[in-house]
Write a protein that binds this ligand. Structure first.
Ligand SMILES: C[S@@+](CC[C@H](N)C(=O)[O-])C[C@H]1O[C@@H](n2cnc3c(N)ncnc32)[C@H](O)[C@@H]1O
Length: 133
């Protein structure tokens, strides 16, 4: 049976107490080319005009998903995964109903292999145990 690592217990506790901390800190930090690091990631999808299924891995409070939905309304099938229910609750409150949100660990996804066109992840991969998985 799976038991959370010390790092995962820390993140669960932190994000339960302080949802939205990451986007509050980073969403307004501009570079010379982009409004934010979220916008830089979103811009990587712009050249494609075909419908895409996009997974935001460790989506937090859904800031990037919201940006993607606004940039390509109705053109992206969006999925967010996070292990923090508190962050996902905030995300649910601001995203359209057709954005699928899953409370899962990135290392144990229920999503079918090869069912997603693009995976994005903002400020999260470096936090994960067993990154190869
Ligand atoms: C620094 S926050 C970034 C949130 C969001 N991507 C953003 O940039 O606003 C890290 C997020 O990763 C999530 N997280 C950390 N490890 C995870 C894992 N193994 N599986 C799923 N989510 C994870 C946390 O719950 C938290 O919401």
């Amino acid at each position: 049976m799976y038991s959370p690592s010390p790092a995962e217990r820390f993140f669960e506790d932190f994000h339960q107490r302080r949802p939205g901390t990451t986007s509050a800190a980073f969403a307004h930090l501009r570079s010379d080319r982009h409004e934010s690091s979220y916008a830089a990631l979103a811009a990587t999808l712009l050249p494609s005009s075909s419908p895409l299924t996009v997974l935001d891995l460790a989506c937090g409070n859904g800031y990037l998903l919201k940006l993607l939905d606004e940039l390509r309304p109705g053109r992206l099938h969006l999925i967010g995964v996070d292990m923090s229910q508190t962050e996902l609750d905030v995300a649910r409150s601001k995203l359209p109903n057709d954005v699928r949100l899953l409370k899962e660990r990135a290392q144990a996804l229920s999503i079918t292999t090869a069912s997603v066109d693009v995976v994005v992840s903002h400020l999260a991969l470096m936090l994960m145990d067993d990154i190869e998985r």
